[in-house]
Design a protein around this ligand. Structure first.
Ligand SMILES: Cc1cc2nc3c(=O)[nH]c(=O)nc-3n(C[C@H](O)[C@H](O)[C@H](O)COP(=O)(O)O)c2cc1C
Length: 267
């Protein structure tokens, strides 16, 4: 049975889940959502099974994923699933996705899953390291195997009750969605910057250009924080909430720069 998995990922958690699920399902094409951002019109996947894998942002979907979902025509899909990766809580993002499909009178999700992964937003929580990080990733692997089994058996899995993330989403998500493209105004650069251009290469939506050996953000940011986490000298900081200075950086151990370039559709 052919499966297409669409994914978005800033630091590799969602990509790792997409890849591992695909290996377990077999005959699966993995498509970066960011690579479709400048294409027009509806997206009609030709596969019997269609999945979406993405992170939770502010208890909801990344804006790029919400916009993608509104363009997705699932009429030819026999079975649909979504998996959100999150640092702590975010089941409300799955309800949001179902809501987008319902609003457009499209087929909704047959199965909706959330999986806890290392958090990647240092302004709010310091990303886990060492054995704490390894334990989260090991537990996630077990959860991925469980989710793959349910998908293979075409189980119906509703998103589940989300009282806390539902309330948080109602309070914060509207403003996140409206302002996220301009959120890059909150990045700052220290004198450590060597002008290496890694941040521009890592940005999955091509939001950074290098001018006079320095990154310039173009205000179509998704706040995925890839630039922050990939910078080899931690010259980039995000001035929100508690900031990011001395608050660690995170990338999934399997993530490579080529994965980020592939998302942008540039290799
Ligand atoms: C802007 C932003 C907002 C986030 N908001 C939440 C949140 O509301 N709840 C949560 O559990 N994790 C939140 N996270 C953490 C990510 O959802 C989590 O680390 C995810 O696995 C990252 O996936 P990725 O590596 O594929 O980008 C947030 C991360 C970012 C960058």
């Amino acid at each position: 049975m052919k499966t297409i998995v669409y994914y978005f990922s800033g630091t590799g958690n969602s990509l790792a889940v997409a890849k591992k699920i695909s290996q377990q399902l077999g005959e699966t094409e993995i498509v970066p959502i960011a690579s479709l951002r400048n294409t027009p019109g509806e997206i009609l996947p030709e596969a019997e099974r269609v999945g979406i894998v993405c992170p939770v942002y502010d208890s909801g979907l990344p804006r790029i994923v919400a916009e993608f979902a509104a363009r997705l025509n699932l009429s030819q899909a026999g079975y649909t699933f979504a998996i959100v990766t999150m640092g702590a809580l975010g089941v409300a993002a799955l309800h949001q996705l179902n809501g987008i499909f319902k609003e457009r009178k499209k087929k909704t999700l047959d199965a909706a899953f959330a999986v806890k992964m290392p958090g990647n937003f240092p302004p709010i929580g310091i990303p886990p390291t060492g054995s704490k990080k390894d334990a989260i990733l090991d537990a996630a692997d077990a959860r991925i195997a469980e989710m793959a089994g349910k998908i293979q058996d075409a189980k119906h899995v509703p998103p589940g009750f989300a009282p806390i993330s539902g309330v948080v989403k109602r309070i914060t998500y509207g403003s996140f969605f409206r302002n996220v493209h301009d959120a890059d105004r909150s990045f700052s650069l220290s004198e450590n910057c060597t002008g290496c251009g890694t941040c521009a290469k890592a940005c999955p939506v091509g939001n950074i250009t290098i001018v006079d050996n320095r990154p310039v953000w173009q205000h179509r940011c998704e706040l995925c924080c890839a630039c922050l986490h990939f910078c080899p000298v931690e010259a980039i900081n995000l001035n929100m909430v508690q900031g990011t200075k001395g608050r660690g950086r995170y990338r999934h151990p399997d993530l490579r720069m080529a994965d980020m370039e592939l998302q942008r559709g540039s290799i």
